[in-house]
Design a protein around this ligand. Structure first.
Ligand code: ZN
Length: 203
């Protein structure tokens, strides 16, 4: 499986990092080794002094697809979750300054902690979901999927022109504003519609 992650999909987040609002979805890939599950602790890597949290809603692909039409994209997922797109912001800034790819800052081991999956049936509309991230009990991100620049279905239609989506692939849909640094000892708790689904420590 692979993780496809969308950058700059919330205007306020693009602005907080002084990035332009994109005309097309910006995406990158995290490998399977990025996954961290079952609320296991995240061990802060030594190669970065500025690991940022980015809380994101993700969808799980349930059907093989290529060139998926936007109007049929909703048939390709029926479960979602909340995850963290950990980003070595210091390394990413170096790469961005040189116009180089971001993988060194985005694709490292355990850079994608994920919650268990929840049935999309619980919600009326994928583009009407509220999600949050608390660090040590303090709310740091407060997102709503209505604020995405590119909807989940638009993302699937766009990405599947280039890459075949396979069963089990995850699509991280971008983070709202409020990103920041994590420190050893922090506890991250993320929720979807008030349901705490992800809860782990940084060690
Ligand atoms: Zn992200």
């Amino acid at each position: 499986m692979k993780i496809i992650a969308i950058g700059r999909n919330y205007v306020e987040h693009a602005k907080e990092l002084n990035n332009q609002v994109p005309e097309k979805p910006v995406f990158f890939i995290k490998p399977e080794t990025a996954l961290l599950q079952k609320n296991k602790a995240f061990y802060h890597p030594e190669f970065s002094n500025d690991i940022h949290y980015e809380a994101e809603i993700f969808v799980k692909i349930n059907k093989l697809g290529k060139y998926i039409d936007e109007q049929f994209a909703h048939k390709y997922y029926d479960q979602i979750g909340i995850g963290i797109d950990f980003t070595a912001r210091d390394l990413q800034s170096e790469q961005k300054a040189k116009g180089l790819p971001w993988e060194v800052a985005k694709a490292f081991d355990h850079s994608a902690p994920i919650s268990p999956l929840v049935d999309l049936k619980q919600f009326s509309n994928i583009q009407d979901i509220h999600f949050t991230l608390d660090i040590n009990g303090k709310r740091v991100q407060n997102g709503h999927t209505a604020d995405m620049l590119f909807s989940v279905d638009k993302i699937i239609a766009y990405v599947s022109q280039f890459i075949t989506l396979k069963i089990g692939d995850l699509i991280f849909t971008g983070t709202p504003s409020g990103v920041g640094k994590v420190n050893i000892g922090d506890r991250l708790t993320a929720s979807i519609e008030g349901q705490n689904l992800l809860d782990f420590e940084v060690k």
